[in-house]
Design a protein around this ligand. Structure first.
Ligand SMILES: [Zn+2]
Length: 448
């Protein structure tokens, strides 16, 4: 008699929203993970799992992909300022004072928040990436780390040298889960030559790079005055636009910029909450889709959002376009859910391995607790409203289980891989330390 098949993990009886190309859904199915990959999907799968989870009545989704965030420590500080004042008077002076221990505390807070909110892959562009990567080694999340290089003002960020040192130290440490990229901050804080060098290095290492682009009208004007062209054209002229590259924001893009991004295969990560809070503007998302650009979704940082809730980000992405276009049919909910899964995955060059629930892809899976009053009435297949409930009514707090490569990072809302309760005092202590070191209260015109 053949031995019974044993998987590492089986989730049984879930309502599977696969987000595959056909948008396949299974009203009740099992999904099994073996050696980090989805190995079977079907009804009443024979065999057993080392861990089995009954998801009856709940929704099983691919893990969400936050394709642009920063491992920042502070939150609720320096709010209500315009972007360039916020950056140059508060954030850059603060960033220049950041030490590794601050990022250590920030990474515990942020990664606990991501796990609780059903994010399984994130892209972090910020300082001391080794600290954040070390926490990710423990948290189990999939991470892309982009040391935030700033040429001007000097000292406010990482440098090309520190970025290269980070890549050398971490590139092979946790293969196919922790990724080392380049993170030039923006065309107004980096020289075009820096982008040119990075494009070459990225090809050499066969890795990606990420930047902020066309975030505000100020930037567009500055770059135009300095270089006589748009930020997108500027980076194309130094050979930096290609499929390895993904850009955040893309609020103020001309039709020519959009065409260039599409032609070169550059992904654009939409950050609607941050763009609204900093009054940056409304990104041309329908135009980007129409041009065939890869479009993903990101939360941006806790300083400009002020949370890492991808469900809220999806809802705001949809609402913002509808209001701005005065057309409620723009950006329907299924398209928004696709942005947060496959769209973000393609911006990271990972659409072959994550972003949908398909046999052979990584076991990055979340389970949503659908038994809450704000998610009712939840109508059964085939005329279901399940995607509507997920995008327009759900929040990070409804995530019940978070799994990466078949490893259960959180179940029944209990995070298993990070001790958030033990880290709370440290986060406050480090935040106070960073605030006083960078003299933030005086900069904001308050008593120290
Ligand atoms: Zn950002």
């Amino acid at each position: 008699m053949a031995a019974e098949k044993e998987y590492d993990l089986i989730i049984r009886n879930g309502w599977l929203i696969t987000m595959d190309a056909a948008g396949t859904r299974y009203p009740s199915a099992d999904i099994a993970v073996e050696n980090g990959k989805i190995s079977a999907i079907g009804s009443s799968l024979p065999g057993s799992g080392k861990e089995e989870i009954d998801a009856k009545g709940n929704v099983v989704l691919p893990g969400l992909v936050d394709a642009h965030m920063h491992m920042t420590l502070l939150r609720g500080i320096g709010d209500d300022l315009p972007l360039m004042r916020w950056l140059y008077e508060v954030m850059f002076p603060k960033d220049a004072q950041i030490q590794a221990r601050h990022i250590h505390a920030a990474a515990i807070m942020n990664q606990a928040e991501l796990i609780r909110g059903g994010v399984t892959t994130f892209l972090d562009i910020f300082r001391f990436p080794s600290e954040s990567a070390a926490i990710a080694e423990q948290s189990g999340l999939r991470g892309v780390f982009c040391p935030q290089i700033i040429d001007e003002p000097a000292g406010a960020g990482e440098t090309l040298e520190s970025n290269l040192a980070f890549i050398e130290a971490w590139k092979d440490r946790v293969p196919e889960r922790l990724y080392t990229w380049f993170g030039p901050h923006a065309p107004y804080s980096n020289f075009p030559e820096t982008y040119a060098k990075i494009a070459e290095y990225a090809e050499h290492y066969d890795i990606g790079y990420h930047t902020h682009i066309c975030e505000t009208e100020d930037e567009v004007r500055q770059i135009k005055e300095k270089y006589g062209k748009s930020s997108v054209k500027l980076l194309d002229d130094v050979g930096a636009l290609n499929p390895r590259f993904s850009v955040a924001h893309g609020v103020h893009l001309s039709p020519e910029d959009i065409e260039l991004l599409a032609e070169r295969g550059v992904g654009v990560v939409h950050n609607p909450s941050s763009n609204m809070k900093l009054a940056s503007g409304v990104a041309p998302i329908p135009e980007l889709f129409a041009a065939g650009v890869k479009v993903g979704l990101g939360t941006d940082s806790n300083l400009s959002n002020n949370n890492l809730d991808m469900f809220e980000e999806m809802r705001i992405a949809a609402f913002l376009q509808k209001l701005y276009r005065k057309d409620p049919s723009v950006l329907p909910c299924e398209q928004v859910l696709r942005m947060a899964t496959m769209g973000s995955a393609s911006c990271l060059g990972m659409d072959h391995m994550i972003g949908s629930l398909e046999v052979g892809k990584r076991g990055d899976i979340i389970i949503m607790d659908m038994h809450q009053p704000h998610l009712y009435p939840l109508l059964p297949e085939p005329n279901t409203n399940v995607i509507e409930q997920l995008v327009y009514s759900a929040s990070a707090a409804d995530v019940w289980t978070t799994i990466v490569e078949g490893r259960v990072l959180m179940h029944e809302r209990q995070v298993r891989t990070l001790d958030w309760a033990a880290a709370q005092d440290l986060v406050v202590e480090m935040a106070q330390d960073l605030i006083s070191r960078s003299d933030i209260w005086r900069r904001l015109g308050r008593e120290a």
